[in-house]
Design a protein around this ligand. Structure first.
Ligand code: NAD
Ligand code: IPM
Ligand code: MG
Length: 350
């Protein structure tokens, strides 16, 4: 029986995870579930944001459902104890290097998009974000300059093996979609990006069927709002992918709609599934959070880790139906609560 680790975390994490769990229970697919402490909740209970038991549970599980971490009361802790280290630690420890962040406009959400309806309705793209390297994981610290100024530093780097494995994932993803891959970098300024571009071009030799383009990240940010319909798969580094995916979310209506899958090369079917948003302290505990991103993450989990495409399709169709009926949380311009959105998805599943 497959084991699903449920790491709900902080803020709206537990609220949206509860709705995802209701969907899983309704589908009754025969999984075992085990919950673990993570993030600020884990720090407050155990003194560490990613306790050893939670890491062990994640390693043992067939798939991990992750809510969100982040707790303002932890913002002045030393960095290694902050809630965010939990998700960074899981990504690194489990070698979750490939982060799939699909963005597609659900019919009916044209009015929620920050873009004009005819621009928004053309969006069907996948941001493939590298998740184990870049400036996130380089040496970092605070020091004092010779003239006595405080200086923060974070080293940005990628080696060619790291770039090659995400490039291959990008070409493979493009092959399963519309055959277009856009690699986003900043090769006009950064050596890290020059290597990125060189290795992507080398890898392209094995994928003559894929139309490869390159774009600087500043232009990509602009093109994402000018003409997002031009993109199929975007492959990019950890930092650029983080930023572009939040931007893409508003192009399709809300950050509360974007799910993600983080896939491993340590155990090929292992994945961590989470919404792209955070713990949203500004709305936590008020029943306002949109649970769709979390529910759609369950669909990604069933498809990628558990080889269950049929129930995955059912979940996506149910979210689409709920949206189609006009059910809207506040982020989408409506007044429905987290629970009511969950109810609408459950009703559409039945
Ligand atoms: N993977 C993660 O766990 C993750 C991701 C992003 C941010 N964070 C953390 O979350 C905390 C808050 O960060 P932030 O405010 O920059 O980003 P955030 O994504 O938590 O929130 C940004 C804005 O979007 C809104 N929002 C987010 N998710 C929503 C949802 N499902 N429904 C409705 N509205 C939603 C919030 O209310 C807020 O106004 C920080 O501690 C940050 O480090 C964690
Ligand atoms: C919380 C933070 C470490 C994380 C990131 O930057 O990767 C978040 O923004 C995300 O998008 O998952
Ligand atoms: Mg982010």
């Amino acid at each position: 029986m497959a084991l699903i680790a449920i790491l709900a975390g902080d803020g709206i994490g537990p609220e949206v995870t509860a709705e995802a769990r209701r969907v899983l229970d309704a589908l009754d697919l025969g999984f075992d579930f085990e919950e673990g402490l993570v993030g600020g909740a884990a720090y407050h209970a155990t003194g560490h944001p990613l306790p050893p038991e939670t890491l062990a549970l994640a390693k043992r599980a067939d798939a991990i459902l992750f809510g969100a971490v982040g707790d303002p009361s932890c913002d002045s802790l030393e960095r290694s104890l902050r809630p965010e280290q939990a998700i960074l630690g899981l990504r690194k420890e489990l070698s979750l290097f490939a982060n799939l962040r699909p963005a597609k406009l659900f019919p009916g959400l044209e009015d929620a998009s920050a873009l004009r309806p005819e621009v928004a309705s053309a969006i069907d793209l996948l941001i493939l974000r590298e998740l184990n390297g870049d400036v996130y994981f380089g040496e970092k610290g605070m020091r004092t300059t010779a003239s006595g100024l405080r200086e923060g530093y974070d080293i940005m780097s990628y080696n060619e093996a790291e770039v090659r494995r995400i490039a291959i994932a990008g070409f493979e993803a493009a092959r399963r979609r519309r055959g277009k891959l856009c690699s986003v970098d900043k090769a006009n300024v950064l050596e890290t990006s020059q290597l990125w571009r060189d290795v992507v071009i080398e890898t392209a030799a094995q994928y003559p069927d894929i139309a490869l383009t390159h774009m600087y990240v500043d232009n990509a940010a602009m093109q994402l709002v000018r003409n997002p319909g031009q993109f199929d798969v975007i492959v990019t580094g950890n930092l650029f992918g983080d930023i572009l995916s939040d931007q893409a979310s508003m192009c399709v209506g809300s950050i509360g709609m974007l799910a993600s899958a983080s896939l491993s090369d340590w155990r090929s079917t292992l994945g961590l599934y989470e919404p792209i948003h955070g713990s949203a302290p500004d709305i936590a505990g008020q029943g306002k959070a949109n649970p769709c991103a979390m529910i759609l993450s369950v669909a990604m989990m069933l498809r990628h880790s558990l080889d269950m495409p049929a129930p995955a399709d059912r979940i996506e169709a149910a979210v689409s139906a709920a949206i189609g009926k006009g059910v809207r949380t506040a982020d989408l311009g409506g007044t429905h609560s987290t629970r009511e959105m969950g109810d609408a998805v459950l009703a559409a599943l039945a």
